[in-house]
Design a protein around this ligand. Sequence first.
Ligand SMILES: Cc1cc2nc3c(=O)[nH]c(=O)nc-3n(C[C@H](O)[C@H](O)[C@H](O)COP(=O)(O)OP(=O)(O)OC[C@H]3O[C@@H](n4cnc5c(N)ncnc54)[C@H](O)[C@@H]3O)c2cc1C
Ligand SMILES: *[C@@H]1O[C@H](CO)[C@@H](O)[C@H](O)[C@H]1NC(C)=O
Ligand SMILES: *[C@@H]1O[C@H](CO)[C@@H](O)[C@H](O)[C@H]1NC(C)=O
Ligand SMILES: *[C@@H]1O[C@H](CO)[C@@H](O)[C@H](O)[C@H]1NC(C)=O
Ligand SMILES: *[C@@H]1O[C@H](CO)[C@@H](O)[C@H](O)[C@H]1NC(C)=O
Length: 481
Amino acid sequence: MSTANNTQAIVIGGGLAGLSATNTILDLGGNVLLLDKNTAFGGNSVKAASGINAAPTQLQFDQHVSDSVNTFYNDSILSAKSKAKPELLRTLTSKSSSAVDWLSERFGLQMDQLSRLAGHSEPRTHRGTHPDYPFKPLAFVLVDQTEKFAASHPDRLQIKKNARVTRLLTNPNHDKVFGVEYMDLSDKSNHTVYGPVVLATGGYAADYSDDSLLKLYHPEALSLSTTNGPYCTGDGHKMVMSIGGSTVDLDLVQIHPTGFVDPKDPTALTKFLAAEALRGSGAVLLTSQGRRFCDELGYRDYVTGEMMKLKSPVYLVLNSAAAEEVANFIKFYSFKGLMKKMKAEELCSTLNCTKDELASTFSEYNRAAKGEIPDEFGRKYFGKTPLELTDTFTVGEVVPVLHYTMGGVQVDTQSRVLSTNGNVIDGLFAAGEIVGGIHGENRLGGSSLLACVVFGRLAGQGASSTMLRRFIASSTSTASS
Ligand SMILES: Cc1cc2nc3c(=O)[nH]c(=O)nc-3n(C[C@H](O)[C@H](O)[C@H](O)COP(=O)(O)OP(=O)(O)OC[C@H]3O[C@@H](n4cnc5c(N)ncnc54)[C@H](O)[C@@H]3O)c2cc1C
Ligand SMILES: *[C@@H]1O[C@H](CO)[C@@H](O)[C@H](O)[C@H]1NC(C)=O
Ligand SMILES: *[C@@H]1O[C@H](CO)[C@@H](O)[C@H](O)[C@H]1NC(C)=O
Ligand SMILES: *[C@@H]1O[C@H](CO)[C@@H](O)[C@H](O)[C@H]1NC(C)=O
Ligand SMILES: *[C@@H]1O[C@H](CO)[C@@H](O)[C@H](O)[C@H]1NC(C)=O
């Protein structure tokens, strides 16, 4: 390979993982070619509005939250259950605080809101805003700044959208990757490019195609709608498998309990997510009889399981104080026609229950929140209480939806892709949802964005050092030949 083949890294996927890798490589002095098959960068990452986990952070300190890496690690291990991979969770949690600092310092994100999502024993999900884009999910900021950099430094960062990567280029043994082939979707032309590769192609929770990994490993899931964009088709997984790379837990798909049923299009395949932050602020889930049926802040797999046992539709209900706390979310969902504000009478007719049924549910919830009785379902954090019939409610119907694929490509703690025989594949890195095993059986809300940043940065560092190593090797061999 000539030195000219080793001056850039190739990053595939312009979501948070790919953008974290890209900016890391740029900061380390490497050049990048960033490819995305979609017409815009951002992937699922720009839909992620609940935030990113980290502990311990300055914001937690300022808000008198006493948290630690060990507490976060323990929560993650518990949630991951039998499939926990301690070494990957160690990496994830111990690098969480510096990941959030990096987002603040490098991109100017102001992490100024904290919330407690399901399965977390402390509030540690950070929501960032940027003065220039006050209400946008944090990944937008990276998309925007990365595109600006490409425009001002075309010699350092080349971006190509509408470019679908179809193949990894390897040596005959498949233990070294030195480039990719991609198709320019605008004219169907194929192109070959060289450099170490970072795969950040996301998950496969929207792959309803014939060669779908869902179909192969979790066929029942295909009957559900998805929160994912149509580009989440496991392309990276399939490319890695085709060169003998290793995968893990491909049957583990996270079904999120709260996808909004759009009254205008109830059977739509793609559904908007009712962010978990809503339940964190105090929302309850009610059946048509106006009854609760679970700890709303239990793990996602548990809440989903309880919903699937019911014959009833399920409604997400917020009181006015909770709605106030998550006002930006509510504004968006109401604008989309997914949630509606109503008084108790209308809530009863929407659900199909009596005021007495509602009153008894509310009174039990309020008493549990005050600690007078244990909560029937074991809820520990009640959010904004009390629930009162005289209040105004914000309400939407929800169903379980495909949301996240826990399984994926196997990497080590440096984001290097492993082959089925356990060796590192030289020059191939993976980060983001494509990576499997980090979250075990159940991912905690807010830990995916974190994995994108932590493993994206590790992949960026790895690709940079590969470039340098290969460049030195090729220039010494050129000099001596
Ligand atoms: C609605 C919603 C809300 C969420 N909220 C949160 C949250 O609040 N907190 C949290 O931690 N997680 C959340 N998640 C999960 C999280 O957003 C994702 O797991 C994460 O953003 C994945 O990032 P990524 O960079 O790996 O992939 P993505 O952001 O999905 O990006 C992948 C990119 O790769 C491109 N690509 C795919 N295949 C190819 C190919 N062959 N060639 C070229 N390009 C390709 C795609 O076009 C896409 O742009 C949410 C997910 C959804 C769907
Ligand atoms: C890069 O390497 C490939 C494969 O070894 C070779 O075919 C190609 O000519 C090289 N490109 C450049 C610009 O040197
Ligand atoms: C984490 O779990 C371990 C093992 O169960 C325990 O010894 C430790 O005290 C826990 N640490 C925290 C901070 O919860
Ligand atoms: C481009 O590559 C794809 C395989 O990824 C192939 O099916 C197609 O025929 C190629 N197109 C051309 C014009 O060579
Ligand atoms: C509403 O509740 C009543 C009484 O429980 C029941 O008979 C009726 O079938 C329900 N209606 C709908 C639409 O579920």
